[in-house]
Ligand binder design. Sequence first.
Ligand SMILES: *Cc1c(COP(=O)(O)O)cnc(C)c1O
Length: 365
Amino acid sequence: MAVPFADLQLQYQNIKGEIDAAIANVIRDNAFIRGSYVDAFEREFAVAAEIAHCVSCANGTDAIYLALKALKVQPGDEVITTAHSWISTSAMITHSGATVVFCDTDGATFTIDPAAIEAAITPRTVGIIPVHLYGQPADMDAIMAIAKKHKLWVIEDCAQAHLARYKGKMVGSFGAAATYSFYPGKNLGAMGDAGAVVTNDAALAEHMTMLARHGGLVKHQHRIEGVNSRLDGMQAAILSAKLPHLADWTKARQDAAEVYDSGLNQIEDVTVPQVAPDRSHVYHLYTIRHPRRDALAAHLNANGVQTAINYPTALPFLAAYERFGHRTGKFPNAHRDQGQILSLPMFAEISRAQLDEVIELVRKF
Ligand SMILES: *Cc1c(COP(=O)(O)O)cnc(C)c1O
């Protein structure tokens, strides 16, 4: 049996009527850029994310840029983030004019190690961007305590963590702002690029809105120099059609993870995802560790199971950061993990038979 890594076609078939109607409405109303569908999605997502303001934008990378710019990051400032993430997080720190400072992960959850943050703080540090990687919140109590003590802002990168909670509180509501991606493969995905930045701070929301829309809220009144980072009406309408399903899809991912956990956790050499007791994991990715990762991946792939490595090179060791001359010994957990992590098929519609097939193949290996 072939098991795809994700199955966006199946998701579409399950809600085809709703998606097709949403797209037809946007075309009928000529609501391609901005307009009522974008406004509606912003309102609906703010409610779902349990936050006051949602500013939609073109993608999750822009969302990070908008938040950094609105927080007035300047050349010479240092912003701390995790060594283990997608490059958007660190690249936007650089593009906003600041210097990126990497911290190692905690060795168990793949999220940033608060002790490493504390050690990385200098007089130039202005903020911290934790990433709720794979769908598990970072240790927000510890991070917020450090931020408070050193008067730093926090931007949560929630691109992989829609609806995840830390001690019952929704991710994205801890820091000054939080960023979401609605890339098609994310837990809530558009049919193209889409993103949002959320905040409880009305003034910050207004500033980010201006930045994303050529620097003004009213046409031809450019109060600042902005960029063009708009969510288009078609993507907004698609996201509004999908949003009511997100809670069920999240539960389905968690149920699938439970099946994986119980099937895999007794197998020698396999480390299943470790979830800290006070956090909920929404399993954007189900990522195991294995000392012979490449051979295991080859075995699964040869038997029709698609896998992925998220990510094969930790951020400090990418060619893009050669200028820092980072050595592997400074990020031992991120370095170990880049050689051992393997993401298994995970999507809301994955069947029990597909899960069993993956488990059986790992067991045989
Ligand atoms: C997907 C992702 C982003 C970027 O989102 P895009 O919509 O692809 O620009 C940023 N950070 C993390 C952790 C992501 O997974």
